[in-house]
Design a protein around this ligand. Sequence first.
Ligand code: TYD
Length: 207
Amino acid sequence: MRGKFITLEGIDGAGKSTQLTWIIELLQHVGLQAVVTREPGGTPLGEQLRTLLLDKSITMHPETEALLMFAARREHIDKVILPALKQCQWVISDRFTDASFAYQGGGRGLDSDKLAILEQWTQGALQPDLTLYFDVPVELGRQRVSQLKTTDRFEKEQVDFFQRVRAAYLDRIRQFPDRIKLIDSSRPLMEVKAAVEQTLRCLLNHE
Ligand code: TYD
C-alpha cells in the first residue's frame, strides 16, 4: 500500500496554481492531508537548482538544463516523494517529468530518447497515478504571463517555443491516455474547477 501521486502540468499561464489551491481543499474535505511540492524544487538542493534554472541572466546548454532538472528530480524523489508515498500519504507535485519532455524535449528540441534514459535512471518504475494537464491556447497563456510583474527564464521565451511545448504535452497525452487527463483551462474558472473535481473523484472512488 502506498499513497497516490498526482502531478499538475501545463504551459506557463495555464492556471495550475489556482487549481492547486482547490485540489488541496478538495482532498482536505475528504480527510486527506496531501504533501504539496513542486519541480524544479521541493528540497533545499532542488530549490537552489530552481533558482539557477529560472534565472534569466544565466545561459546554459539545453542538455545542461535537462540534466539539472533531472538532478533536482532525483533528490526530490529520494527525499520527499517516495518517503511520503511509503507512509501512505498523497503527494501533489506542481510539475514532474512530463514537463521535461514538454519543455526540454518539445521547447528546446532535445531528443526524447535521451530524456527517456534520464527518466529511467532517475525514477525507475515510479510514475504519477494521475496527471492533470491544464490546456490553454498559447495566446491565452502568454496573455496571462504578460500580466505578471516579473518573468523567469522560461516565461520570457517566444510564442513558437510555447507552441512546441504545448504540442509535446499533447503528444504525451496520446502516449499515456490513462494517466494524463486533459482539463480545458480556457473555460471559466468554476467550470475548470468542476472538471478537476470530477477527475479527482474518479481517482478517489477507485481507492
Ligand atoms: P512554474 O512551475 O511555471 O512556476 P511558477 O508558477 O512559479 O512560474 O515554473 C517552472 C518552470 O520550469 C516552467 O516554466 C517550466 C520549467 N520546467 C522545465 O522546463 N522542465 C521541467 O522538467 C520542469 C519540472 C519545469
